[in-house]
Design a binder for this molecule. Sequence first.
Ligand SMILES: [Zn+2]
Length: 297
Amino acid sequence: MRRRGFTIASLSTVAIAAMGGGLALMGDSFGAGSPAHAAPQGAAATHLTYSGELTQGGWIRGTVPAGTKALSLDGQPVPVASDGAWFAAFDRDAGATAMLSMTAVDGSVTRQQIAVAPRAWHIENINIPRKPGGPTEAFMELRRPELARIQAARAMQTSAQGWREHFIWPVKGRISGRFGSQRIYRGEPGSYHSGIDITTGTSGTPFVAPADGVVILAAEKPFTLEGNLLMIDHGMGLNSAFLHCSQILVKEGDHVKQGQVIGKIGMTGRATGPHLHWSIKWEEARLDPLLFTGPMN
Ligand SMILES: [Zn+2]
């Protein structure tokens, strides 16, 4: 349980700046009276700084001073790069506040409470019962090794640096499905949409890597649900998955650069038409790709 309002060093200054089409909050928890700022690039940070999309399905990036012993978000360890930079994120169903906790070089612990803005998810109430019964044993026989492979891919740690970047759209088109939307079947919630769907109206449209990364899964044959599945690790526990591809143009272990063509849109697996389903996860948190790219234009 978190204790509300428990902060050793309260926000001295808070600046709200428009960033990437959303609200970005930049806080400086140390040095009372000093203006809020992010550490200049290349210079050693002297404060805990952060900015991001502080909302459900959003992200937070920041820096810690040299020698910082540990950083955690709601008790979950947050890895810190050698230059003091870090990345963390807020699950689709994250609570209203999150606690950032930093153990300094001298062992002192500073806690910073972060307000996580709620989202109004698109909820559709449907007056039909949810499909009765679970998956068949025949289906699970196919499914188990696929799930194991996805899990193994997500467990891989690579040196990818994409987590530092502002993401770009893998492809532009019509957004045909939004992250987080959910159907409720006579009061029983179905699983929510875990990514964003982009359609160009056709199969075969190339799509690019939204950020630098390492290919951690490139299906040789279609998975039952995801079809030809491509997964890219962006480092620090952050990864992207691209579903239903007609073609995958990279192989496992490849290092890809932001903007590099990595596959082609299709409708393999469970899809009613050609589209790219793009999902992003940080550790176990499911995230909204729209909060990484800003609106499409
Ligand atoms: Zn989708």
